[in-house]
Design a protein around this ligand. Structure first.
Ligand code: F6R
Length: 241
């Protein structure tokens, strides 16, 4: 079932997104959370940090599993997704470092793929998977293709994805060409999914993902098969839905 929440203001967007995470942790403190990086969830993480400081949310027993990581960037590289998570969430809340899992893309990516699948299997279905949405319909870094992978794998990033992410790097050439990502089956295995999108530039792909045909050429369209998806959009991204 797709539950669409369309909001007018950034603050509402962040309150609702953070509220979903916070209420899950209130009822299930040991929840396993699937996390995303990118611009869209930044305000939600900021709000979660505020809720933590107010005493409304507690991460001490939570476990987190990030969707993806660049291949070739060491964990302490400023643009690695590990650093992103530290900067926007982990270092500001009481999550235990050993409960934060992110594929490690620097030394031996093939071994990291196997290890991440082992960790996900051990975790069982994630209680909540947070997703952003790529302009090409990617979720995690499952890029449009004739075939999609079900489990964790190494992926060559689309030119469009590299261009979109170049804003975080000093030059577009520095954007890694490959990433490790959770696969589609692992994403769909989560008990609950929160897909978020903001801005005019996402309006068309949001509509294709939610109302278009199910196709591997728009990986997010496969979310239509999941029984519990919440779509959180601002008015601009939700223009066609
Ligand atoms: C990030 C991720 C990506 C992003 C997507 C949207 O971990 O898996 O799928 O969610 O590229 O990125 P933003 O939010 O920057 O538009």
């Amino acid at each position: 079932m797709l539950n669409i929440l369309k909001v007018d203001h950034e603050a509402q967007f962040n309150d609702i997104g953070a509220g979903i995470v916070a209420s899950l942790l209130q009822t299930r403190p040991q929840a396993a959370l699937g996390l995303a990086t990118g611009s869209t969830p930044v305000g939600i993480y900021r709000r979660l940090v505020e809720l933590y400081r107010e005493g409304s949310v507690n991460f001490s027993q939570a476990r987190t599993y990030n969707l993806d990581e660049y291949v070739g960037l060491p964990a302490d590289h400023p643009q690695s997704y590990r650093q992103f998570m530290e900067e926007h969430l982990f270092r500001h809340v009481n999550i235990l470092p050993h409960n934060t899992y992110i594929p490690s893309g620097s030394e031996n990516p093939e071994a990291a793929v196997t290890e991440y699948d082992r960790l996900l299997e051990q975790a069982g279905p994630l209680d909540l998977q947070i997703l952003g949405l790529g302009h090409n319909g990617h979720i995690g870094f499952n890029e449009p293709a004739n075939k999609l992978h079900s489990r964790t794998h190494i992926v060559a990033l689309d030119d469009r994805t590299r261009e979109a992410n170049a804003r975080f790097f000093r030059s577009p050439d520095e954007v890694p060409t490959h990433a490790i990502t959770m696969g589609i089956a692992s994403i769909l295995h989560a008990k609950q999914i929160l897909l978020m999108a903001k801005g005019e530039d996402k309006a068309e792909i949001v509509a294709r993902a939610l109302k278009g045909p199910l196709t591997t050429h728009c990986p997010a369209s496969l979310l239509q098969t999941h029984p519990n998806v919440t779509i959180l959009v601002d008015a601009k991204a939700g223009r066609f839905i």
